[in-house]
Design a protein around this ligand. Structure first.
Ligand SMILES: *Cc1c(COP(=O)(O)O)cnc(C)c1O
Length: 430
């Protein structure tokens, strides 16, 4: 069973918690009990889908989706998450960039889609997923839900404020994916989505759900690649693997924290942020003070109020214990640029701006004399951010085949005013 971080909602089963998104008291769903796992529990399992199925089995036990877990994992994790050595000794990178939209959000979005499409089979009316996006989330959700029977997606993005490649990715699906370019900001898009999700009258005609990073159906599967990478390292070297994770809403990093809490052989977890430094300030001893985000080169991490912080507080109710368990380091745009340019010049390694924050923090740790085996997490492919990366490295970045395929399709998005009546009308006509 799953309970709310705010403790004022009844426990929910897995399917209900996935379908609901947010708990009814406004909190985030977390497991009521943490199962205990050991590396030996994964004996004979080498692939990402096989490791994911064993890892997630305790969470699916007794649920309507239990019998489907193997199939869901096979469907969602059909691309690799390789752990590659970097040129610097005992450093590696976990590449989460080989999915259809070339960012780590493909893992969670595809798993959520695989769960929701199965839960939809029993229902008559289609379910509409509404997403506001500043870029990566919307593309991952669109790709994951494309052609899923019984499911439709309305993606809202701020017109002119996403990169041309991101806009293309958002508009290239068609079919059950409806893309809207909103005359307004990301906050306007998010406000429209929130209003729709709270509109009980509208939802009698058009059942709605969300797919944002607080969804349990995205959080749980994200543990899988940490399990697979840390097990691979453990089996080869008999040592834990330490991680540096690019962090915005804390969804990806919290999945690593949870995997470690279950007993997987992860060592230290260090958070890398951009100039949005609410977390570095908190871990350095300041109060937790969410604020408005500032724009940086690592724009998918431009978050001033990390939504999964609530889950971290749930796992570590004591603030002093929480502060001593983690470290978070702020990386400004100048350091992001310098890291991208230097790693390419010195080692031929090319990173996106988000991944560069983690690589920079890893270099800082080594500079402080830290030993052990460390892994920086690569959250997006540099080809998605070519307008930033290419001038810094002085050459073009090869576009991976999956991304190239999307960019070849025609793309179109409907214009939409930042007006709730107009949006509600679109949802009814879809
Ligand atoms: C979303 C995203 C992040 C931040 O992940 P969180 O789960 O929000 O912390 C980092 N890098 C990229 C490329 C992303 O798309």
């Amino acid at each position: 069973m799953f309970v709310s971080t705010r403790g004022k909602a009844p426990p929910a089963g897995l399917s209900a918690a996935i379908a609901a998104g947010l708990a009814p008291d406004g909190g985030l769903y977390v497991p009521q009990n943490l199962p205990a796992l050991k590396p030996e529990d994964f004996a004979g399992r080498d692939t990402l889908p096989a490791i994911a199925a064993r890892l997630l089995q305790p969470f699916f036990a007794g649920d309507a989706l239990e019998a489907e877990l193997d199939a869901i994992c096979a469907e969602a994790f059909d691309f690799p998450a390789p752990l590659r050595a970097l040129a610097t000794p005992r450093d590696s990178v976990l590449e989460l960039v080989h999915g259809p939209t070339a960012a780590f959000k493909d893992f969670g979005a595809r798993f959520l889609a695989a769960c929701l499409s199965r839960l939809q089979r029993a229902r008559q009316q289609p379910l509409t997923i509404v997403v506001a996006t500043s870029g990566d989330t919307g593309a991952a959700v669109a790709a994951a839900f494309h052609r899923q029977p019984g499911l439709r997606v309305a993606v809202l993005y701020p017109d002119g404020r996403v990169s041309p490649r991101q806009a293309h990715q958002l508009g290239c699906f068609g079919g059950n994916i409806h893309s809207y370019r909103v005359a307004g900001s990301f906050d306007d898009c998010q406000a429209l989505v929130k209003q729709a999700l709270n509109d009980a009258t509208l939802q009698q005609a058009v059942p709605l759900s969300s797919a944002n990073s607080i969804s349990l159906g995205r959080l749980l599967p994200q543990m899988s690649y940490y399990a697979a990478a840390s097990l691979q390292h453990w089996r080869r070297h008999g040592e834990v693997l330490n991680f540096v994770i690019p962090t915005g809403n804390l969804g990806n990093a919290f999945a690593a924290v949870l995997a470690r809490a279950l007993g997987l052989p992860l060592g230290e977890i260090v958070l890398a942020t951009n100039a949005n430094d609410v977390l570095p300030q908190f871990f350095a001893g300041a109060d937790y003070t969410p604020r408005a985000s500032v724009a940086t080169l690592a724009n998918a991490m431009d978050v001033g109020a990390p939504s999964n912080f609530e889950r971290l507080r749930w796992l570590y109710p004591d603030a002093a214990a929480l502060r001593s368990a983690f470290r978070a380091v702020r990386v400004d745009d100048a350091a992001i640029r310098a890291t991208i340019a230097r790693r390419c010049r010195d080692h031929g390694e090319v990173f996106c701006p988000h991944t560069a924050t983690a690589v920079h923090v890893l270099e800082t740790l080594r500079g402080e004399g830290r030993d052990g085996d460390w892994c920086a997490v690569a959250t997006a492919h540099p080809a998605k951010f070519e307008s930033i990366v290419e001038p810094l490295i002085g050459r073009t970045v090869d576009v991976p085949p999956a991304l190239a395929e999307l960019l070849q399709r025609p793309a179109r998005a409907e214009p939409l005013a930042a007006d709730y009546a107009a949006f509600a009308g679109e949802l009814q006509r879809m």
